[in-house]
Design a protein around this ligand. Structure first.
Ligand code: URA
Length: 250
């Protein structure tokens, strides 16, 4: 198969962009810089694009900065879906959201066409930590820390895994939350059970993968294997993250 075709089937780049990347010597085949877009390659060749190995399977995972007003679904009769936000070259590739963010929640949403990966990322056994910034109606109270850490019981009697929370801003309205599971409306229900109310919710990270600050709402980019590794093999330090967020907001 031609090198440009091989790459266009496995990446989000168009054939013309790939020709430019090949001309710019950004593609290597088995350790040798490729010079021609029509060079022949097969599944057994190791192809690297900008230093990253291009996977032989046609799986694709993207990070979207979800804006409010879109549902985390592939189709919906009444609502706009996150799929509608994807650029043309990322459509028709079987992408679906990994878990859900509520319609009014913003921030990091992964979409993939890799069912096994989605399963790993959402499996309760994996406990991938998810980091949220919530804006509360009333100031944070220190007792929330213990309530969340003890494994909270929600209004309907459902119990949650231990979670972490702390105030980010001095007025106590902006808080950081880390969950290790993904129940329906979980952050909102946890604060409701504590006697508060979430006015805004924004997901900033999963595992060790964070939403880039310069990624505008509504935009998406393709993740490389190393980014996925950050989601799966991570021990994110809640206190260090909190210190950083406090520094940025002071
Ligand atoms: N918790 C919520 O309440 N909503 C979300 O969208 C995600 C987590």
């Amino acid at each position: 198969m031609r090198l440009d075709k091989f790459l266009s089937e496995r990446t989000a780049y168009t054939r013309s962009q790939l020709k430019e990347l090949i001309a710019a010597k950004k593609v290597m085949v088995n350790g040798v810089t490729a010079v021609k877009a029509n060079q022949s390659v097969s599944e057994s060749d190791e192809v690297r694009l900008e230093g990253e190995t291009v996977r032989s399977l046609r799986t694709l995972t993207v990070m979207l900065h979800k804006p409010a007003g879109y549902v985390s679904a592939t189709e919906d009769r009444a609502e706009r879906t996150v799929l509608e936000l994807l650029p043309q070259e990322l459509r028709g590739q079987g992408l679906f959201p990994v878990g859900r963010l509520d319609k009014d929640t913003t921030g990091l949403l992964l979409l993939t066409n890799d069912g096994a990966l989605a399963h790993q990322l959402t499996s309760p056994k994996k406990h991938v930590p998810k980091f949220y910034i919530a804006v509360l109606a009333r100031p944070f109270e220190e007792r929330y820390r213990e309530l969340f850490a003890a494994g909270m019981t929600l209004g309907n009697g459902e119990t949650c895994r231990p979670a972490e929370t702390a105030a980010v801003t001095e007025d106590g309205r902006k808080v950081l939350v880390c969950l290790h599971e993904g129940k329906y409306h979980q952050v909102k229900r946890m604060f409701a059970a504590a006697g508060n109310h979430v006015e805004q919710l924004h997901r900033i990270g999963m595992g060790n993968l964070f939403l880039p600050e310069d990624l505008p709402a509504g935009e998406a980019f393709v993740l490389f294997d190393k980014d996925l590794g950050k989601v799966l093999n991570s021990e994110t330090d809640f206190s260090a993250l909190l210190r950083n967020l406090r520094k940025c907001s002071s």
